[in-house]
Design a protein around this ligand. Structure first.
Ligand code: CA
Length: 231
């Protein structure tokens, strides 16, 4: 397994409120995209990633992963309740645990996981956003969702409530598969064909291509990607 990651504030924002985890030894990877004023978004995403990173060694299966994400939820929520500047902060979290040829995914929010296999890109996560729900109901196309003024409104986030509804999913991996975890600052700017073309490259080149493409389009949001190449 090889993995590469990239994160960048983009060209319009000073703060980078995205965070990521790349732990090759534990086979554990994640992206998080924070929200909240006064830099609280950056606090939320980092706290979520640090919390799951600290539990990486004990992870065996989907149940462990779900428990760890619930712990991250409580950790962000408790931090938010202690500090007025951080009240209401939250984060997306899309995490992948890779164990013996299987990927276990845990997902909350509108970051995404994709699988690239045999030249084809498929999405492994649903966007927990207002526009994501509208696309699933057939009320918006993907393209309309991409430009919708309310595209940043989340319907689920980590750290905003004691109960969090986590999407869990498993996928068998094959040699040559590439897993991509990324925030909306990336996938909002690239078509699926462009993502797929980048994922065909060697991992270090692939993440560089993804970031350069986002920057070439003005990168109005923070850009983060974690790429795992499975052999
Ligand atoms: Ca974002």
């Amino acid at each position: 397994m090889r993995a590469e990651a990239v994160t960048d504030p983009g060209l319009a924002r000073v703060e980078n409120e995205d965070a990521y985890l790349l732990d090759l030894e534990a086979g554990f990877f994640a992206v998080a995209d924070g929200m909240g004023g006064h830099r609280a978004g950056a606090v939320a995403s980092r706290l979520a990633v640090e919390t799951i990173a600290a539990g990486a060694a004990g992870l065996r299966d989907a149940a462990d992963l779900a428990a760890l994400v619930r712990l991250a939820n409580m950790t962000v929520l408790e931090q938010a309740s202690r500090n007025d500047d951080e009240a209401g902060m939250g984060t997306t979290l899309t995490a992948a645990l890779i164990r013996e040829g299987r990927a276990y995914l845990a997902h909350v929010g509108d970051s995404r996981a994709y699988l690239y296999r045999d030249g084809q890109l498929s999405r492994l996560t649903d966007d927990h956003s207002l526009v994501g729900e509208m696309v699933r109901l057939g009320a918006l196309s993907d393209e309309e969702a991409r430009r919708h003024p309310s595209r940043n409104v989340l319907t689920r986030a980590l750290g905003t409530s004691p109960e969090v509804d986590i999407d869990l999913r498993e996928a068998d991996l094959q040699a040559g598969d590439v897993l991509l975890l990324c925030t909306d600052g990336l996938f909002g700017l690239l078509t699926d064909a462009e993502l797929a073309a980048a994922l065909a490259l060697e991992p270090a080149l692939a993440v560089r291509r993804l970031l350069e493409t986002a920057l070439s389009r003005g990168a109005p949001d923070n850009v983060t990607a974690v790429l795992v190449s499975y052999d």
